[in-house]
Ligand binder design. Sequence first.
Ligand code: Z2T
Length: 829
Amino acid sequence: ENTAELRPTHPLAIAPVVAPAASVDGFAKQFLQNLNFDQGVTLSNSDVNDQYLALAYTVRDYLMARWFDDRAQQKAQQNKTVCYLSAEYLLGRQLDNNLLAARLTDIATEALAQCGIDIDDLRQVEIEPGLGNGGLGRLAACFIDSLATMSIPTIGYGIRYEYGIFRQAFNEGQQVEQPDAWLRMGSPWDFAHPEAAQTISFAGTTETYDDEGVERTRWVPEWNVLAVPYNMMVPGYHNGRVNTLRLWRAVATNAFDLHTFNSGDYVESVRAQTFAENISKVLYPEDSTPQGKELRLQQQYFFVAASIADFIENVLPDDFDIEKLPERVIFQLNDTHPVIGVPELMRVLVDEKKLEWDAAWAITQKCFAYTCHTLLPEALEVWSVDLLGHLLPRHLEIIYRINDEFLLEVRERFGDDEMLIRNMSIIGEHPSRSVRMAYLATVAGSKVNGVAELHSQLLRDNVLKDFATMWPDKFTNVTNGVTPRRFLRLANPDLSSLITEALGAGWTVDLERLRGLEALADDADFRERFAAVKASNKRRLSSVLEARGEAPLDDGHMLDVMIKRLHEYKRQTLKVLHIVSTYEGIVSGRLDVDEVQARTFLFGAKAAPGYGMAKRIIHLINAVGEVVSADERVKGKLKVVYPANYNVTLAERIIPAADLSEQISLAGKEASGTGNMKLALNGALTIGTDDGANVEIRKLVGDDNFFLFGMSEPEVEELWAEGYRPADFYQKDERLRSAIDLIASGAFSGGDRTVFEPLVSNLLYEDRFMALADFSTYLDAQDRVDAAYADQDGWVRSAILNVARSGYFSSDRAMRDYLDRIWHATPVS
Ligand code: Z2T
C-alpha cells in the first residue's frame, strides 16, 4: 500500500507504546482520566454506567500495548494463523475476564475503592454480549480464550449482531421474547474500523469474458453492502498475549445510496438503507434447527466473504504468493454456517487471482477444516438451489463444478452405483433441489471432526458413512472442552482458592493438575472445607435469585439443575415427569415423605421462538413449579425454580452451587454437551445417559461417581427397529401412568385439560425422543441419587473426585488436539 511514511520527531511518538503503571495509583489516575476525558463527566457527576465504561476503558488501556505487540510479532514471524469462522460467539461478560487475564483484579478493586466505588456495583452493569444461542457459540468463546492463553496466532471471525439472543420473560408461565439491545449503554470492548471495511456483493448474474485469450467467468453482482470490522481484544491468561476477535457489522454502501437516491425520493432512500443494514441486525434464535431463511444465508456469506478478503488483504503481506496460502492459514468451519466460504475462496482464487481450477481446489482443500456439532437430521443445513442461485449465482456454479468433479471421483472409486451417487451428491433432489452444506464441507475440508468420541463414531457410521469409507483419514474426533478461567477460576473463586492452596496456582493453565485432589477426597478436613464452599455458593446463588424476584433456596436441599436450551431431544419433559411422579407419590402416600430427599429443581432454558412444543414444555415446567412449590403437603421437600433469561452470567452463578447435573438426552442425540463438563468440574455429580461427552465423563470420574441410566445408542436403534409404542411403557409403569394422568387431568392448568393435551398425546403416541422408554430406569437412578445424597460424606467425596478427574475437559486440551490433529499451527515465540 502507498501510505506516506510518517516521520515523527516528538520523543513520545518515537517511543514504544507503554501501559499505565500497574499500581493502585496508576490505575486510579487512568480511571479518573478516562471518566473525565472519555466519558465526559466528573466523578461526583458520574453514574454507575459512566463508571463502568471508564473502568472498561482503563482495563483496555492496560491491554493495548500487548495487543499492538502481538500483531507486530505475528506480522514479523508470519506464522500460520488459525481463523476460526463462527456465526456465533456467546462471550459472557468481559470485565472480570479481562481484569483476571491482565492480573488487574486486586489493583482495580483497591483503586476504585479509593474513588469511593464498589467494583461489584460496576460488574452488575455490564450487559453480556449474547451473540450465540448455546453450546456452539459458547464453545467458540472458550476456544478463543484457550488459543490466546496458548499464544496461538488466532483471529476469531464472526458477526456483530445488533441484537443478540433474545431476553426471555415469563407471562403466566409462558415464554415471551424481548429484544436484547446489548449495545444501548455503550460497547467499551470493541473498536470500529470503518477504514478497513470490505464491500460484499450479492445477487446479479455471471458472464464469461475473454481475458487475453483465456475464457474466464466473472460475477456481475446486483447490490453491495459494506462490512465494517469491530475488533475485540482476546487476552490470554497471564501470558501477555492479546488475540483479536473481529466481528462484522453491515452498513449501507455509497453505491447503495446512489442506486436508491436516484429514485428521487430522498427520505424513502435513506429509509431504504436499512435493507442492507438488516444483515447484521439480529441473531437467529434457533439452536440446532435452522430455518432456511434468505437473510440467514446473507449473514453467512456476508461475514465469511469479509473474513476471507480481510485475511488475504490485511493479514498477509502485500507480495504474498497466494499458492502458499495453506502454509499461512487454516479456516476452521464452526458447523456448516460458514461453509459458503468454500466456493467463495474458489471464486477469489479462480476468478480474481486467476489460478487454474485444480490448483485453486488443491489450495482450498488444505485451507478448510470442518467441525460438525449435531446428529439430528433436521439440524443439517441445506439451502434451496433457487435461493442460493439467486443470492450467489457464481457460488452456485462453483458448487456444481465441485460436485461434478467429486462425483467423478466417486465413480472412479466405487463404479457407477447410481444409488450411491445420489446419496453422496452435494446436491440433493428431494423434496426439492438443495445444497447439502455438510456434504460440501466434508468434500472440501482437509479434516472433519465430531465433538465427542461417540458423536464422531456416529458421524463415521451413519451420517457421513459413505464419505468415511472413501476418506477414512479425513475423519477425526476432538472432544469439546471449557475454559477453566471463566468456569472455575472466575465463577467459583472459593473453590479456586481451596484448590490453589492445595495444589498451587498452576492448575488454571494445566487442568490435569486437578488430579492432585484425588488424594484429598479421603481427607476429612478437606471434605469439610469443600462442602463449606458448596454451601456458600448456594447462598450466593440464593441471593442472586432473590434479587431477581425469586424465592430464596432452602437450606439442606439438594440442588438439582438442568440448564441448557429447551429441546425435545434434551428431554426436559423426562425431568418434569420425575418431579410430577415424586410429587404425586408423596401426595398419594405411595412414597414415604421421610424417605424422599429434599430437593430444589432448577431449570434454565430458552426455547426458539418458533418452536411450539418447546414453548409448551416451558409452560408445563412453570405450571408444575407453581403447584408443587405452593402445596403444603410437600412443603420443605420439593421446590421448582425457573429463573427467566438463563444466560452465561447466570450460568456462572448456578454451576458452582449445583449438586446434581441433569444430562438426560436420548442416547445418540446430544453431540457432546459442555454444561455437563462445567458442572462436573465444579463438583456436581451427573445423572445421565450414555450420550455425547457423558460417556467420557463417566469413564474418567468412574461409575461410582456418576448415575448412569437409560438405553444405549444401539438399544435405541433396536427399539426403533422393533417398533416403538410409548403407550406400552405408560401401561407398564404405574409411576409413569400416575404422573402423565395427573398432567392430563388439568391438575397443573387450573382444571383445563386442553392446555397440555398436545404434549401428553405427543408423549403417548409419538415420543420421538423416547422419554417414556427411559422413564423407569431414570427413576431408579434418581432413587440411587437420593440414597447417595443421604450419605453426605460419601457424596462430598464423589464431588471432589469429579473435580479431580475433569481436567481433561479443559478447552486448552481441546486446542492441543485441534493443533495436533488438524491445524498444525505453532505458538508465537
Ligand atoms: C449448537 O449449540 C449445537 C449444535 C448445533 O448443531 C447447533 C447449535 Cl446452535 C448444528 C451444540 C450441540 O447441541 C452440543 O451437543 C454441543 O456440545 C455444542 O454444540 C458444542 O459442540
